[in-house]
Design a protein around this ligand. Sequence first.
Ligand SMILES: Nc1ncnc2c1ncn2[C@@H]1O[C@H](COP(=O)(O)OP(=O)(O)OP(=O)(O)O)[C@@H](O)[C@H]1O
Ligand SMILES: [Mg+2]
Length: 278
Amino acid sequence: MEKIEVLLEAFPYIKKFSGCTFVVKYGGAAMEEERLKKEFARDVVLLKYVGVNPVIVHGGGPQIERMLTRLGIPTRFVEGLRVTDAETLDVVEMVLSGAINKAIVQAIHNAGGQAIGLSGKDGKLIVAERVKGKDIGFVGDVVGVNGKILKDMCDSGYIPVIAPLAAGVDGTTYNVNADTAAGSVAGALSAEKLILLTDVPGVLDANLKPISSMSTEEAGILVKSDTVRGGMIPKITCCLDALRAGVKKGHIIDGRIPHALLLEVFTDLGIGTQISGE
Ligand SMILES: Nc1ncnc2c1ncn2[C@@H]1O[C@H](COP(=O)(O)OP(=O)(O)OP(=O)(O)O)[C@@H](O)[C@H]1O
Ligand SMILES: [Mg+2]
């Protein structure tokens, strides 16, 4: 009986979301652990089978960090964005586009789905210009997303897996924060949801308690406060941008919880922080 209840609980959500697009940012600790990686891939494939179009954008902070350390290249962050000189950019591209992207593609195949890995440079999927006002090197602000490439892939049964690099309007390559890239992609696709998997239980308030739901107004105030720092800044900001572009809901959830994605989408429970217009 318990099993049937679980299925019945999921049914209205499956009905509601079938045919919709979910853009999922995969990063942090959820990407580090082998078991979580497998479960994530299976969740994504299940979404595809129930009619949702998942589009994956991945990060890779810890992996880039390790490779930079191995190569003896120092690194620093400004407001959650990695300062990226030419040498760092090479490493970022190698790790994101080469290693991580293909590992996720493979995990999805092993789970029974069909994935295509690409970076924002391919087909000029993501176009960016140099971030203004901060001297942080080859870090880009997204100025355009070619959503048609992704729609075509989704319609043909594929799950796109995107490494957050971008084609520069000036002909160079830019490193884009993966959350920012995911938000722009979600906006361009008018996605139903933007879901950011991370390594904390959601957005934490000043008492370190996870906030279960916020309006865009509340999120806008919070992101400017001292409570939100580092990698959480681009997450909240990109949710707000995506909502402004027509995405219905932003979710920041704990990727360390097994099957976090399915729990968030198909149960009444809901985990992490959700940001919506209402
Ligand atoms: N108010 C806050 N609530 C939650 N986390 C916060 C807050 N302020 C800062 N953070 C930090 O933001 C981090 C999440 O962003 P981070 O960029 O490190 O990870 P990620 O984006 O999931 O992974 P990656 O950058 O590798 O893709 C948390 O681990 C936490 O240290
Ligand atoms: Mg991050």
